[in-house]
Design a protein around this ligand. Sequence first.
Ligand code: ADP
Ligand code: MG
Length: 155
Amino acid sequence: MKYKTNNAKETQNIAKGLAEEVLKNNKKSLSTDKGAFVIALKGDLGGGKTTFIQGFAKGIGVKEKITSPTFNIYKNYKLKTNNYKLFYHFDCYRIENPKEILDLEFKKIIFDSKNIVVIEWPEKIKAVLPKNALWIKFKFINKTNRSINFLARKD
Ligand code: ADP
Ligand code: MG
């Protein structure tokens, strides 16, 4: 599925819609029986990945304002949903070797089916990402337009 958005709010609304589907957990295409629900957000700098994640986090009930976890690689937030307990936001921009992420208990995080994990710059750690991650590609078109492309998900 491919969208074109005309402002940040529209991008956040698409993310909110996805959050609702993930929480319902009743769509075969979105449910996970193994491990965390992982979303890999790739594409242009300024493409709206963090903006999308802000809308998504709101949609799953995170009250804190989401900012990029520049120094810590990741931040996590408690969830009060039936299916999920923790929301993790990774920004792998600074990672040079996928092995670096494994030092951060990454395996434990993605094996836990109570987690929702969103990852910016997932290409940097592709080798250690689960095969069933949902990949979304962001493109900067102009000052206010972005394209958001949901890639096919493998199970
Ligand atoms: P990334 O994390 O991909 O580098 P950000 O979400 O941090 O991108 O930045 C996107 C910037 O572009 C924000 O300042 C946002 O307000 C602005 N913006 C303008 N139009 C859009 C749009 N249609 N969708 C998302 N962000 C937009
Ligand atoms: Mg970002």
